[in-house]
Ligand binder design. Structure first.
Ligand code: ADP
Ligand code: MG
Ligand code: MG
Length: 902
């Protein structure tokens, strides 16, 4: 057991023993306090209790063996260093107890300041401060208040009320007007409140105060708010928090003292300068609480030039050292500056790119590091249109940015009303307390979705993201009243038909219509903004980093495009080919009639006629796409969906036929159609007659498509152009299927291509689990594989996306069965394993086998990293995702020692 353990685990680190890379162990705050200490910056001495100690406490319900003794030892050495003892009646050492996890987490326990004060040491503190009674009693009442609230769960309002009461009696609104006697009285009132709620007196023993505060920090890891936040931000639940014990310094000792916060550059835009707030004669919590008005940091120059200059020097030093934007908390005690916190600061997506570019210019980081500092999610965010916000628009509420985008429209409260108004051409925002599967049609009809409950994994959020629709969830200031068709927020009442605007990135909700402006990043990708010649720092930086990502990446990036227009846009966005050209739409519109003829054909002649009529139309489609791609590879997938999708719906057809029969009209053709539809009806169409199965059942169908592709390629080449077609057979599960299709296709290609020099590859989708598991056999007949990870996910898990996303995904996310929807990001353990097996066995059977992925995962940042690691040659995604995939493919290729970018 631990007591007999020869080497006892180290649970407590002096600031001088840590460093910034120990965030796992010391938490962010502790690691950075240590780093600053070692840089020689003025940090009040202290120590950090590790996340390991927290984890041990949380699993066993008690402090691990050895912890108490280690705390004792570190406290003693702190006392020696400071020449004071914790809570000493004559000359007390006071400390703060501060939580600090690896990732900064709202919802964790707040800080307790002034630990060590009691009825006796308060007098000692006053003496230390040269007889400043007011300061001493103010510090003591703060301790009881913070300790009561955060350690013992005494309702905070009770303390607030008592404070208000005293101020009212005194006829003032300002804390600073309270004198020592007032505050002494307040301490008595606070103690009574404490005793009333906890059933015990406020602890006078300093060490007991310390131990209780430390334990409360540990416990706060599992507070409800913290748990919710972790789920939302996908922070693992088992990291635990560290606890920092820091010697108190005092910003509330008079006008020559104070406290503030600062950024080394603007976290909104990335612009260099001095950004921060300062509050004289105050303790840290006052700044955040907004009790008194702060002044801009620049004004500190007038108040205390020495400290100001020192602070600026330290800020420059920190930026230089962390090579990044830092934010800082500091306190000045009687003209002496103390650093209380720093960390690499949070920033907007735009600032992330701008700052990375600037730091390269300043020679602080190289381009690899700049690439590492930004990510695809930020880039995707920058590619949405944005609200054009100026002072006129103040948000009325803020929820969770659940699915990005900017949407304005008339408020509706029911799915039915959303459908109705949308059909009239109105933009609508569907507002609900929370959504459920019955709201699906309304969600499809709406421009955006706004809910007052639920987080990033609620039904509304999951479904909206799946549909690419703007969504703000959990805007809990909204009081939604569906039967009354209105919601209230603050003093505002919003009725059905009123216009609101929602920002799915920031979660902000506005009344009225906020004008939308296009994304300058998209304008850049579209070629409308010259990156070499713009004063837009964001565009310049995006260009530079994208260029570097392109140079660094091994994965090629293609696009999914079915039309010449899509192909053209995707090329502007950097696509290096088409990874998936669906041919389905080529059978719709006015070509439906031909398809019906094909399906209804009673004999070979009729079928051949229909196919012959379709051939030139398809050929023209392919010519357009090949021209647009100009020699880049184009993977054309042979027809995939079940045929009934091309026929009218059964019910409607049946009614039409019945009505026409009633009227005595000639319905022979409709009856034949109806019979065909009935014949083709499937219980599970996704698992039915589709893909290669259809090609093997309907003679001539695949042959016609292969011919159209080959003829189009030859036509483009004869015209002096280039074409590089790849024919892809969908839904293959057995090599025999592919061999059969291949034999016929090769014969047709040889006949069409002749001496034109056109080369056509034949390959297959890997989207049925059996194909992945027999990839070695299938590779014998395939020149390339393209992973269809949507179907592979559906068939791997055995659920259909359309049915499950609305039905139960939210519950699975809530229960943690999924960390993220497997349609959003590839399930690397299961579906990803199928990909890995197929890639390995395919390449073993056919060295150099070309491997790609088509499907939405191709544009998902985490999935791109996985595909890079598995060794695919390319990913293919929708045109708008192409830049994201390029960036992430670049990031996947570089290795840096840089910091965690969360
Ligand atoms: P948060 O994580 O919420 O920022 P902190 O632990 O940083 O909480 O504490 C909040 C504020 O309390 C700090 O910004 C600082 O102003 C004040 N504070 C914390 N520890 C000390 C200390 N040892 N001396 C003086 N002020 C402190
Ligand atoms: Mg802080
Ligand atoms: Mg598929």
């Amino acid at each position: 057991m631990a007591a007999h353990d020869p080497v006892e685990q180290k649970y407590v680190y002096d600031f001088a023993e840590g460093n910034k890379d120990l965030k796992d162990l010391l938490g962010g705050k502790g690691a950075n306090l240590a780093e600053m200490t070692n840089l020689g910056l003025p940090v009040p001495p202290g120590f950090t209790i590790t996340t390991e100690a927290c984890k041990a406490y949380l699993t066993t319900g008690r402090e691990p063996d050895g912890l108490a003794a280690q705390i004792e030892a570190h406290l003693e050495s702190l006392e020696r260093e400071m020449g004071r003892r914790l809570g000493d009646p004559d000359d007390p050492l006071l400390v703060s107890v501060r939580s600090g996890a690896k990732f900064s987490m709202p919802g964790m326990m707040e800080t307790v300041l002034n630990v060590g004060l009691n009825d006796r040491s308060v007098v000692g503190l006053s003496n230390q401060a040269g007889g400043n009674d007011r300061f001493a009693w103010d510090s003591y009442r703060r301790l009881i208040q913070m300790f009561g609230k955060t350690v013992c769960e005494v309702p905070g309002e009770e303390f607030e009320h008592a404070l208000d009461e005293i101020k009212r009696a005194k006829g003032t609104h300002n804390d600073l007007d309270l004198d020592a006697d007032d505050l002494r009285g307040l301490v008595d009132a606070y103690k009574q409140i404490f005793a009333k709620h906890t059933g015990r007196e406020f602890p006078q023993e300093p060490r007991e105060q310390l131990d209780l505060a430390i334990r409360a920090v540990f416990d706060s890891w599992n507070a409800e708010r913290a748990i919710l936040y972790r789920r939302q931000e996908r922070i693992p639940a088992d990291l635990g928090t560290a606890v920092n014990v820091v010697t108190m310094v005092f910003g509330n000792l008079g006008p020559d003292s104070g406290t503030g916060v600062a950024f080394t550059r603007d976290p909104g835009s990335g612009a260099q300068g001095i950004y921060g707030d300062y509050l004289a004669n105050a303790q840290g919590e006052d700044v955040v609480a907004g009790i008194r008005n702060t002044v801009p940091l620049q004004e500190l120059e007038q108040l205390d030039k020495t400290s100001y200059d020192e602070l600026l020097g330290i800020m420059a030093r920190l930026e230089e050292h962390y090579k990044d934007l830092c934010d800082i908390e500091f306190t000045i005690e009687r003209g002496k500056l103390w650093m209380l916190q720093t960390r690499v600061g949070k920033r907007t997506a735009a600032a992330a790119f701008v700052i990375a570019g600037q730091l390269v210019d300043e020679g602080l980081i190289d381009l690899d590091e700049a690439l590492h500092r930004v990510n695809g999610a930020q880039l995707a965010q920058l590619m949405f249109p944005r609200f054009q916000l100026d002072h006129e628009f103040e948000p009325v509420a803020k929820g969770i940015g659940a699915s990005p985008g900017a949407a304005s429209g008339k408020v509706v409260f029911t799915s039915a009303r959303a459908v109705e108004l949308a059909a009239e051409g109105e933009s609508v925002i569907l507002v609900r307390r929370e959504t459920n599967p019955d709201d699906l049609n309304g969600m499809i009809a709406a421009k955006g979705i706004l809910t007052s409950r639920g987080g990033k994994t609620s039904h509304a959020a999951v479904v909206a993201r799946g549909m690419g629709k703007t969504c703000v969830s959990g805007a809990d200031e909204l009081e939604v009243n569906v039967p009354a068709k209105k919601f209230t927020v603050g003093d505002h009442v919003v009725n059905e038909g009123d216009v609101v605007s929602i920002d799915g990135t920031t979660g902000k909700v506005y009344l009225g219509e906020v004008p939308v402006m296009p994304s300058e990043v998209v304008q850049y990708f579209e070629g409308e903004l010259d990156p070499e010649n713009t004063d837009d720092a964001l565009v310049r930086s995006v260009h530079r980093i994208m260029t570097h990502a392109d140079a660094a990446r091994r994965l090629r990036v293609r696009t999914n495009a079915d039309t010449g227009a899509d192909a053209a846009r995707a090329r502007r966005f950097g696509a290096e080919g088409i990874g998936l050209c669906r041919t389905e739409h080529m059978f719709l519109g006015d070509r439906r009639e031909l398809v019906e003829r094909l399906i209804l054909a009673s004999g070979e002649r009729e079928r051949e006629d229909a196919l012959a009529a379709l051939l030139p139309l398809q050929r023209a489609d392919f010519i357009e796409i090949f021209r647009e791609m100009d020699g880049l590879p184009v993977t054309v997938r042979l027809i995939d969906p079940p045929l009934h999708e091309f026929l009218p719906p059964l019910e409607q057809l049946a009614v039409n036929v019945a009505v026409a029969q009633e009227r005595g009209e000639d319905v022979a053709k409709e009856e034949a159609l109806l019979a065909a539809v009935r014949r083709m009806h499937e219980e599970n169409p996704m698992l039915g007659l589709r893909g290669v199965r259809l090609g093997l059942v309907i003679p001539g169908l695949f042959a016609m498509q292969v011919r159209a592709i080959a003829e189009a390629a030859v036509a483009v080449v004869r015209d002096g152009g280039k074409a590089c077609p790849e024919i892809m057979v969908p839904l293959v599960g057995a090599v025999q299927e592919l061999e059969t299709v291949r034999a016929e296709a090769e014969r047709i290609i040889a006949e069409v291509v002749g001496d034109s020099g056109v080369e056509v590859l034949i390959g297959t989708m890997i989207e049925v689990p059996r194909a992945a598991l027999t990839a070695g056999q299938i590779a014998e007949a395939a020149e390339f594989f393209s992973f269809g990870t949507n179907d592979l996910t559906q068939m791997g898990w055995g659920f259909s996306r359309d049915d499950v996303e609305g039905a139960f995904f939210w519950r699975y996310l809530e229960l943690g069965i999924f960390g993220i929807s497997p349609f959003e990001s590839i399930d690397t353990d299961g579906v990803g394993r199928l990909v890995r097996i197929a890639a390995e066995e395919g390449r073993a059977a056919r060295p150099g086998l070309k491997l790609g992925v088509c499907g939405e995962h191709g544009g998902d940042p985490d999935s791109v990293h996985f595909f890079h690691e598995v060794g695919l040659d390319y990913v293919s995604c929708s045109p708008f995702r192409v830049p994201v995939a390029r960036l992430e493919a670049g990031r996947a290729s570089i290795t840096t020692t840089g910091s965690d970018s969360r």
